[in-house]
Design a protein around this ligand. Structure first.
Ligand code: GDP
Ligand code: IMO
Ligand code: MG
Length: 422
């Protein structure tokens, strides 16, 4: 048995949470492998709407083991709040269904402070970070001075925390905000809360499941175009959001990777700064944002909107070895007279059909192919055969060009608003 991976092919917020929750009944284990509370994964079912940040999206399905893998950066304060909210709202005790890697890194109050100071120092070159401490925590991991979840079980945890703090104090020179002690106290309270969870070598847990032929689904956060290596650096997040990240972030051999579900919106969005070739600044872009309710699940910021970018998608399919494409939010474009797909660019005066990641937005002009729009009749459709022909033309063009079949179509935020394509 192998590990299937579900990940975003664009700049995040493709609808990963909805689909992991939809697929979870087919799996024994759901495992997050990178990112942290910068993620916001929205689930809607039975009239409930819930946004998960650090908790895997399998928790609302019974008898699943949910894992927070070693590749994740975990904020104990945010974690405590998420766990308590889920208990209060749904009566689910995550101690029964969640296992945390002892090698996941801890986000401390210093990381969140540094995230803000670093962003502030950048003036108009800000990345648009969610300011959850992601970058500084991964910096400490790579700099070999991180605190890991397993450290909370050590009687020397406070010393380890002080050691890490002193390395930053060397630069901060004691300049902490007035509420910093309060934040540290809350952090230590949350660390005590975290100790009550099952903290272990999750790489053994995952590999034992594989041996027993239990199905594992790895849940990505962010999106391929935000990958630390392949995204539009430096306007990226600080982890590998691609399939390879699932191997490192869970301790799974590349030989054990099975299907890779690549999830994308029928258009594009991006939250935060950085190049976005097909971004629309006109009323059409605004309408996509309104119809798609394109506001960040974590920060509430408006998402920038634009047409589907096929060369970018092709790049993501290549990097991840996508076996199945899942197209989300098709309903958002319903009743548009014309829908465009970017099929190449004019880049520095030349026509190209690949996605250059080292771009300045002003150098790149998308080349579009136009399609006739489809009707809002598709929004309530649950059978592929009953979809409008215009919509099928749109889908066929995408899958023919990417050489990978579209196996799932999402037509609304609810779990049920989903069509599996045979
Ligand atoms: P994630 O980060 O990839 O899990 O995605 P987010 O939850 O941040 O953003 C996706 C948003 O679109 C959420 O508000 C979902 O409820 C919503 N959504 C997901 N699929 C669909 C869909 O097919 N149609 C519409 N209209 N909304 C969707
Ligand atoms: P999900 O999992 C969309 C963006 C931020 C910023 C950049 C760096 O919900 O798809 P960071 O907080 O990592 O320092 O931010 O990455 N970003 C996301 N955009 N969805 C996300 O997660 C994101 N996580 C980070 O807006 O531009
Ligand atoms: Mg999101």
């Amino acid at each position: 048995m192998q590990v299937d991976v579900l990940l975003g092919l664009q700049w995040g917020d493709e609808g990963k949470g909805k689909i992991v929750d939809f697929l979870a009944p087919n799996y024994s284990v759901i495992a997050r492998f990178q990112g942290g509370p910068n993620a916001g994964h929205t689930l809607e079912f039975n009239g409930n709407k819930h946004v998960l940040h650090q908790i895997p999206s399998g928790i609302f399905r019974e008898n699943k083991e949910n894992i927070i893998g070693n590749g994740v950066v975990l904020d104990p304060v945010n974690f405590m709040k998420e766990v308590e909210d889920i208990y209060n709202k749904f009566g689910i005790d995550l101690k029964d269904c969640l296992i945390i890697s002892n090698k996941a890194q801890l986000i401390s109050p210093i990381h969140k402070l540094l995230d803000k100071l670093l962003e502030d120092s950048k003036g108009d070159k800000k990345i648009g970070s969610t300011l959850k401490g992601i970058g500084p925590t991964y910096q400490d991991k790579i700099g070999r001075q991180g605190l890991r979840v397993g450290d909370v079980l050590s009687k020397f945890f406070i010393n380890k925390y002080k050691d890490q703090k002193s390395t930053h104090d060397y630069f901060l020179k004691g300049n902490y905000p007035s509420d910093f002690i309060e934040k540290e106290n809350l952090f230590f309270k949350a660390v005590d809360f975290l100790k009550e969870f099952n903290i272990t070598d999750t790489e053994y847990v995952v590999n034992n499941h594989i041996k027993k032929n239990n199905k594992v689904l790895a849940e990505g956060a962010q999106g391929t175009l935000l990958d630390i290596d392949f995204g539009s650096y430096p306007f990226v997040t600080s982890s590998n959001t691609t399939t390879a990240g699932a191997c490192v972030g869970l301790g799974v051999s590349p030989k054990k990777i099975g299907n890779v579900f690549g999830i994308f919106k029928a258009y594009c969005t991006r939250v935060g700064a950085g190049p976005f070739p097909t971004e629309l600044f006109d009323q059409v872009g605004k309408n996509i944002g309104i119809n798609g309710n394109e506001f960040g699940s974590t920060t509430g910021r408006s998402r920038r909107c634009g047409w589907l970018d096929l060369p970018a998608l092709k790049y993501s399919v290549m990097l991840n070895g996508v076996t199945d494409l899942y197209m989300m939010k098709s309903d958002v474009l319903s009743d548009f007279k014309t829908v465009n797909i970017c099929i190449g660019y004019k880049y520095k005066g030349k026509d190209i059909d690949y996605f250059p990641t080292l771009i300045e937005s002003e150098d790149i002009i998308p080349i579009y192919k136009s399609f006739n729009g489809w009707s809002s009749n598709i929004n309530n459709c649950r059978n592929y055969n009953n979809l409008d022909q215009e919509f099928k033309d749109y889908i066929n063009f995408i899958q023919d060009n990417l050489g990978v079949p579209i196996k799932l179509i999402s037509l609304g935020p609810d779990r049920e608003a989903t069509i599996l394509v045979n």
